[in-house]
Ligand binder design. Sequence first.
Ligand code: G16
Length: 542
Amino acid sequence: MTARIVATQPFSDQRPGTSGLRKKVATFRGEHYLENFVQSIFDCIAAPAGSELVLGGDGRFYNREAIGIILGMAAANGFSKVIVGRDGILSTPAASNLIRKRNTCGGIILSASHNPGGPDGDFGIKFNSANGGPAPEKLTEAIYARSREISEYRIVDADVDIGKLGQSRVGEMTVEVIDPVADYAELMESIFDFELIRDHLKSGFRIRFDAMHAVTGPYAKEILENRLGAAPGSVMNAVPLPDFGGGHPDPNLTYAEDLVKIMYGEDAPDFGAASDGDGDRNMILGSRFFVTPSDSLAVLAANATLVPGYRGGIAGVARSMPTSAAADRVAKALGIPFFETPTGWKFFGNLMDAGMVTLCGEESFGTGSNHVREKDGLWAVLFWLNLLANKKIPVEQMLLGHWEKYGRNYYSRHDYEEIPADAAKAVIEKVRDSFGDLQGAQLGQYRVLFCDDFSYTDPVDGSISTGQGLRIGFTDGSRIVFRLSGTGTSGATLRVYLESFEADVAKQKMDAQDALSELIAISRKISGLVEITGRTAPTVIT
Ligand code: G16
């Protein structure tokens, strides 16, 4: 079978964002669009002939067709084997695990994560390197540069049944179709105390997991119901659908509304959780209680040694800049290093590879550890279940105890979605322009300590990332951060992150929005966002 060399023209809009290239399905289906990007990846990674690759996605609309194209291109580009999840399915953490386990040169993950799917929805693609983690910025920038000058790509016609386990061939290349769940489930069993969790569930502890009709359904069914014995039906919306049942597979209080209703309703289960389109995010709930992702990271870090996989202790903790400082306090108490990185899981990879951190987390519902190089939704759920089975207390009590010991970081993120790009830029510019006047200013009860545009120097390879979000820090540790999302596909999403600290136990039970009300008002005043965007309220509050 000889490869066809297809002439093409470059596209100018293939710069990967926070996590890979995400565009509308219609854009990806345009002639040569996917092919150009895939060839740009192959050209940049320059894998030696005979290399192996992992390939899979979250099953969203266009997943299967894209897999067929990529298989044909991999064969034409000299790969010896591609390991594919059955039906083209692999959750992002499962793909990361496979890359590491099979020592491949990397993998291609097809997902637009929490963005809606379907013919009018979003599609996405990213390359993960041999460590299992998202390609670092240096590589994504090189792929982008290549995509702007590409003139041809190589492909063979591939006709493989990816619904059937086993091996087949495309030209000289082997395609190995594997069970997407088995290796991942085995990894989870090696980290957590399944017996303890099983006993806790048997004793009447009730859980509900919302797979949001996305990729985690089969993983959660196998692990939570089959292996751990959770009651049948504990996993809801378990069947993955190409359009996620018309929903928005983003596990937060707004979009996981089915679960939220149950967890805040009569006779609520003891523990609730949800994951996103590709299975790397998580939301943790107790009965009528929401755990912020920032607090979740802090609780996991504080109690990690209760879990078999971390019994020996954790090396360090890292969090993205907009994530609250709750985990920093735990790290200080444990006497371990902590790191503040830009938003994007790719920034944690070097720290984990260098053995400098074990646990990482982001306010955007992402938590993970060095067991893979992606954030991992079900892993976080199992971590929580392991801790609750150890302590035998409700989720709420776990948090109250944590705050009593470490203090509470009140935290909230306000998202203004799909605002015109110009208006979003104007808001950011207005904030940046006010930095001179803000230095040292007294705003209500808060005095400004510093304002800056966050930049990060990677302590491992010295690479510098600038323009990562505007920070206004106050003398008491409170913060307001303004940042534009790098994962949206229509207009711009402005994110405003708000945080304050409360050490007094008597004042730790307030509603976060109330506790942060003065900071919220200050953030609106400084940014002029109501006047500039015409929006009087956020689209989503987390
Ligand atoms: C991606 C990244 C995360 C990041 C999140 C939010 O998540 O992997 O590291 O925190 O986007 O990014 P933004 O604020 O730019 O929208 P996912 O789950 O979409 O892959």
